[in-house]
Design a binder for this molecule. Structure first.
Ligand code: GLC
Ligand code: GLC
Length: 646
């Protein structure tokens, strides 16, 4: 919205800026975005007398980064402005991985592109590659230099070469921007430790426990077992510093506009490397306020909107993903407040679907899943989900108590049951996970474990039980089938394509033993990947199923995410079903979470305007024949029903 004060300021700033951009785009985009930037700055920092100076500094950063952006990337930005919904496409399928655990290093990654293409992956999320301490780095999420590739992975040129290779192969790259905290070895933290007041203000520092104690009254704990509390005493600084995650991850202080400017500079610096999508890490936490949980605060959203506005001006071809693993009603707010287009993050993790799928696996029914999905608020047009089943983090049961109640369970008992089931403590459970961060103060617990082990493959293999092995592989495929056909970008987790089991070697690693998320962060053994070619092995079955499913996805236009996913009531608590309506074709997805076959009623399918006389399953490519009006769906099987062309 037009604001005369912003207008006058912008005119002044622009008259002082040289114009060496050689095109109109920068000025046009800046004029479109500046009023939005101005009013957000005013809300966040309006009480400061130097507000306008910071705005001027921000514009200088934007200008500088625009002039540094390569001609090719500017060309790509313009192309994506035309195809502004590029990331809604059904043709994108991602995989997230740790470069060192997947391919040793960046050089080693290039020959593995072929393997990714074999599966059908064209978006790679590489977890943090930037310089961090050799230990105490939280798998890369404690960064000490945002402008330098960690030598463990290779040189910066190696990284640029990987980006070029991916793009040459028509693939996209996503990387993390850890915006909530830095490593305590980042130069800002080092200077703060040496007593530099300017840099102490980059963090939340306190002379004594008064304010920290007040904060602790309402702050939850992220790592209650390994890192209880939210503050760490720094001997060097002789002060307390806020550390919501690990004690070596110092929370950045966004009440200081200098911090925001530094981080926007870093975002754009990295955008100029050619990255397509940024995963903004731990976005829910960026703004802190006494007396609150300091998560999902309105000011956190303003900060993210400022990242977005800055990216739109300099690098509009870049998309932003919110990593907000929070309550369903909160997650959608990271798409921003505009109902027609995102003014915050373009994508968010569908953590709710992920957790609900595990609930369905544990209960063998879709009661909570159905209740939970239906109560999810809708998201704005032009935004999309990242759908996933597993990632490098733990599984938190973040759906709401109302959904559990609606399914007829009592929330506390039910959550305890799910944790017990998934960690194999429940009698008769097929799952083998580990309890992550049990908090005795409130009874909360989360779950670690690889997809295959949680789905029962580990115990089935141990028992040499062929029937259970078969069921476990079906469960793995079923979960992928949902992730691949539900609206959004599916993000596979490396190793899951080969049904990789838990890795218990972290127990012998002193730096990792306190963090059992390492149980599901496998080191890829490339000799083992050959098992994908050995008929009958779980690796073969799962790999080929996923590969085939991705092919079907790429050929299913109606699976692009135009908010056209509609969950329907299957009148059967064991089934989860949704329809993807498209202009040309539609797909009805039906998934059976029960270890027994379920009957699908032809009249029910017909009631959604599907011609039951010419139904085909897109996956098996076979026609669906109803016997006496019903079709039997085997345990843990799914259908991708569509009308066969005449
Ligand atoms: C993110 C990462 C997680 C890390 C945390 C702190 O949530 O996914 O692995 O521990 O942020 O950076
Ligand atoms: C919490 C946070 C999430 C983080 C995770 C670390 O769930 O919400 O951001 O990834 O802890 O395991």
């Amino acid at each position: 919205m037009y604001d005369p004060r912003a207008h006058i300021l912008l005119k002044r700033i622009l008259s002082d800026l040289p114009d060496k951009t050689g095109d109109d785009d920068f000025r046009l985009r800046l004029s479109a975005g500046f009023h939005g930037i101005y009013n957000r700055f005013e809300t966040l920092y309006g009480q400061r007398p130097d507000l306008e100076q910071y705005l001027e500094d921000l514009v200088k950063i934007l200008y500088q980064k625009y002039t540094e952006r390569s001609r090719e990337l500017k060309q790509r930005d313009r192309q994506r402005e035309k195809e502004h919904d590029w990331f809604l496409s059904h043709r994108i399928t991602g995989m997230m991985l740790y470069v060192d655990r997947f391919s040793d290093d960046l050089k080693g990654f290039i020959p593995k592109i072929k393997y990714l293409k074999e599966i059908g992956i064209n978006l790679v999320h590489m977890m943090p590659l930037l310089e961090g301490p050799p230990e105490k780095n939280d798998g890369g999420y404690a960064v000490s230099n945002y402008r330098k590739t960690d030598p463990r992975y290779g040189t910066h040129d190696d990284f640029l070469q990987v980006i070029a290779e991916l793009h040459k192969n028509g693939m996209y790259l996503m990387t993390d921007l850890v915006i909530n905290h830095t490593s305590d070895e980042h130069p800002w933290a080092l200077k703060a430790k040496q007593g530099d007041l300017v840099h102490q203000e980059y963090y939340h520092t306190f002379k004594d426990r008064t304010v920290p104690d007040l904060f602790e009254r309402s702050l939850p704990e992220i790592f209650p077992e390994s890192c209880p509390g939210n503050f760490t005493f720094s001997e060097e600084m002789d002060q307390w510093v806020m550390t919501v995650f690990h004690d070596y991850q110092w929370d950045l202080n966004y009440t200081n506009p200098r911090v925001l400017l530094e981080m926007i500079d870093i975002l754009l610096h990295q955008a100029n490397w050619g990255i397509d999508i940024f995963r903004l890490d731990a976005v829910a936490f960026v703004w802190k306020q006494l007396g609150t949980q300091s998560q999902n605060l309105p000011h956190a959203h303003l900060i993210l909107q400022l990242y977005k506005l800055s990216a739109q001006i300099v690098a509009p071809g870049v998309a932003l993903l919110a990593e907000a693993i929070v309550a369903p009603g909160e997650i959608v707010r990271y798409f921003g407040t505009s109902s027609v287009w995102s003014n915050e993050c373009d994508m968010a993790y569908n953590a709710t679907l992920m957790a609900l799928l595990w609930d369905a696996m544990a209960t063998h029914n879709a009661r909570v899943l159905n209740a939970g999905i239906r109560s999810m608020p809708s998201k704005p047009k032009g935004t999309t989900w990242i759908n996933y089943i597993r990632c490098h983090d733990d599984i938190g049961l973040g759906y709401s108590d109302e959904n559990i109640l609606a399914a007829g369970y009592s929330p506390q008992e039910h959550r305890r049951f799910i944790v017990n089931f998934l960690t194999g403590r429940f009698k008769g459970s097929f799952a083998q996970g580990l309890t992550f961060m049990f908090n005795p103060k409130n009874g909360d617990a989360r779950i670690s474990g690889s997809l295959a082990s949680l789905a029962g493959l580990e115990s089935a293999v141990e028992d040499g039980d062929r029937k259970q092995i078969e069921l476990a592989t079906r469960r793995i495929i079923l979960l992928h089938a949902i992730m691949l056909s539900y609206g959004g970008i599916p993000m596979l987790y490396y190793g899951d394509e080969l049904a990789t089991l838990n890795d218990y070697t972290f127990f012998e690693d002193a730096d990792r033993v306190d963090d059992n998320r390492w149980v599901h962060r496998p080191l890829i053994d490339w000799k083992k990947t050959e098992d994908r070619k050995k008929k009958g092995l779980p690796e073969y079955i799962v790999f080929n199923a996923i590969r085939k499913m991705i092919r079907v996805r790429c050929a299913s236009e109606e699976w692009a995410d135009y908010n056209n996913t509609k969950v329907i009531d299957a009148n059967n608590e064991y089934l989860f079903s949704f329809i993807r309506r498209g202009k040309q074709a539609s797909t009805m997805v039906i998934a059976n979470f029960k270890d027994e076959a379920q009957s699908i009623d032809a009249r029910w399918v017909a009631s959604y305007n599907f011609d039951v006389h010419r139904l085909r399953d897109k996956y098996t490519k076979s026609n669906i024949i109803f016997y006496e009006g019903t079709f039997e769906l085997e345990p843990y099987r799914f259908l991708w029903l569509t009308e066969a062309a005449n």
